[in-house]
Design a protein. Structure first.
Length: 601
């Protein structure tokens, strides 16, 4: 088997020898370690390796070597070896530095750290780590091993759990591969028209008339399997018949957190997910602002770790299609899946999340994280100093982002589909934008596409008035065109705002909600919905912060309130039980909805 390559780039012969030597001592048995003295020779070597069909796992470049051409080097390296993890090696400085887990220059000299932070913020470098110290440096080796684990997740696995045999580009195959990847299930794809694919079909006893064919690690052969069949293979399809203490619907950060805390507190917890753990965060290529991960962590890795943690506490996971209905009853609630199966629980936590509305157009998806961003990026605003940044959106979030980014960027352009800002943006923000010299607004305009080799370089803008398309240079595109909550499956007794986000706690008692929208003498718990015993946490909730950390926090808080609810319910005499099958409130306040858009989780 061909060894993957680790390549070190450093124009300082001494530090190059130290880093390459450290890698060889620990990894040479499984990896080919190469060293290059500059970016140009490194790019030539990367092209040679690609031509030879040799995979490159990690590219380590000295931050000093790439100080002047780091963006260009990493962008070109991404184009040559897109699967390689790109890492900046920051030199240690001073006698105390080797004992620090964070490189000393980043602690002492913020100006010297600016190029490093810029490359990380733009997504051109995946991580950074301090150069190895003398002798046995387990901190360095631990960081490198973590990077290799990340690379191996996306590389062809040595021991796949699933083999897929199908025709390239066939309908549904991309979705199947995506679901496996998002659930961190290692797989290998074989084209049905290749020699290896035909061989695999023969071994599986299939003639190729029905595709795709899936062969699992157990030897089971599935022809054109459903999601439920695949889930059953990995033990996440069966619903228990017993009444659970809590059913958690949605396995994003809030749902996973709720599952971990519920099970660790001794509650019987059922975790229901329609497709893949992690939610929107699970598809993030890198989460850089989550506490405890200074170099960031892939969303799928964070989700996978949380899922394992929940499972180890005894959570019952079910990944077998969407929940379509939630029905209250005298002893709790019944949740029913699209497959027709159902489960019962004394309480429910809704953590189905929300998804940012996406732009469609050539080049946008391929540059995601490399100049194209969804959602606010306030923590990385300074990385765009001196650049021209575009923001797609015309509501308050877009205006706030524009004002913030204008502090750093040379120019900020708001791309607004409508004819003006007044329709969706607060007046104070419009005033701020008008008073800021380096913000301009392009109304009746939409983003139609993106261009760039490894990083965003230009955008296609189309005029809604004339239909003309213009290509303009751009360093970054921030997309803030709203989010859609996954709440259409909820019963009408659960009140939502005008956008479909679930109302909870004190919000139920304000804003003109109709009398009787809360049926109990006690006030609702802060995360409790208008249906007692049903709670909401994370992005699906009205007023949530839309951050991974806040979703995790809300998931744990929801479980505390679930525990209080269950204790109160068990202590209450039977004749004092709440009748959950109450009617829908007679009317919702103007502009608000008691029934979200039709949609299942």
């Amino acid at each position: 088997m061909t060894k993957p390559t680790l390549i070190v780039v450093d124009d300082n012969p001494e530090s190059l020898a130290v880093t390459a030597g450290a890698l060889r001592r620990r990894y040479e048995q499984d990896y080919l370690v190469l060293s290059e003295t500059g970016p140009e020779t490194a790019l030539s070597r990367l092209r040679e390796l690609r031509a030879a069909g040799r995979p490159v796992a990690v590219i380590m470049a000295s931050s000093a070597t790439t100080a002047r051409c780091g963006a260009e080097f990493f962008a070109q390296a991404r184009g040559v070896q897109p699967g390689a993890v790109r890492v900046l090696v920051v030199p240690r400085d001073g006698p105390a530095a080797p004992s620090l887990r964070v490189p000393a220059p980043l602690l002492r000299d913020r100006q010297a750290a600016a190029p490093v932070l810029r490359l990380l913020a733009l997504g051109l470098a995946d991580s950074y780590l301090p150069a190895p110290g003398a002798g046995r440096d387990e901190g360095f080796y631990g960081a490198v091993s973590a990077l290799l684990e990340e690379w191996a997740h996306d590389a062809a696995p040595a021991w796949p759990a699933v083999r897929i045999i199908a025709r390239d580009g066939a309908a549904g195959v991309h979705h199947l591969r995506d679901v496996l990847a998002r659930n961190s299930i290692p797989y290998v794809f074989h084209s049905a028209d290749s020699e290896e694919g035909r061989k695999r079909l023969r071994l599986a006893g299939q003639d190729g008339s029905v595709l795709p064919v899936v062969v699992t690690y157990t030897g089971e052969v599935l022809a054109d399997p459903s999601a439920e069949q695949l889930a059953a293979v990995f033990g996440v399809a069966g619903l228990p018949s017993e009444l659970a203490d809590v059913a958690i619907v949605g396995a994003g950060p809030a749902g996973l957190s709720a599952a971990v805390y519920a099970a660790s507190e001794g509650l019987s917890a059922l975790l229901l997910e329609r497709e893949a753990v992690g939610g929107q965060a699970g598809s993030s290529s890198m989460i850089r602002n989550y506490l405890g991960f200074p170099c960031g962590i892939r969303g799928a890795s964070l989700a996978s770790r949380a899922f394992e943690q929940a499972w180890s506490f005894g959570v019952i996971p079910v990944v077998a299609g969407p929940v379509t209905t939630l029905r209250p009853g005298t002893d709790g609630f019944t949740v029913r899946l699209a497959s027709g199966s159902h489960a019962r629980a004394r309480s429910v936590v809704v953590t189905t999340g929300a998804s940012y509305r996406r732009l469609t157009g050539p080049g946008l998806d391929s540059l995601l994280g490399a100049g194209v961003f969804y959602g606010p990026i306030a923590s990385e605003s300074s990385a765009f100093s001196g650049e021209h940044v575009f923001i797609a959106g015309g509501a308050n979030s877009a205006g706030q982002a524009a004002v913030n980014l204008a502090r750093y960027a040379r120019q900020v352009t708001l791309v607004v589909r409508g004819g003006n800002l007044a329709a969706r943006m607060s007046h104070y923000l419009i005033d701020q934008i008008s008073a800021t010299d380096n913000i301009d607004v392009r109304t009746n305009t939409e983003v139609a596409g993106a261009h760039g080799s490894g990083k965003l370089e230009a955008l296609d803008l189309i005029s809604n008035a004339t239909g003309a398309t213009e290509t303009v240079p751009a360093a970054a595109l921030v997309v803030l065109i709203g989010a859609v909550p996954r709440t259409g499956w909820l019963p009408p007794g659960i009140l939502c705002d005008q956008h479909g986000f679930v109302m909870t706690g004190g919000d139920l008692a304000c804003g003109g909600w109709p009398a009787g929208s809360w049926p109990l003498p006690r006030p609702p718990f802060p995360l409790e919905t208008s249906l007692p015993g049903v709670f909401a946490a994370g992005d699906v909730r009205h007023g949530s912060v839309k951050r991974v950390a806040s979703a995790v926090g809300e998931g744990s808080i929801a479980v505390t309130q679930v525990t209080q609810y269950l204790q109160a319910t068990r202590q209450r005499p039977r004749d004092a039980d709440v009748t959950f099958s109450r009617d829908v409130p007679a009317a919702a306040p103007p502009g608000r909805s008691s029934r979200p858009r039709p949609e299942s989780h």
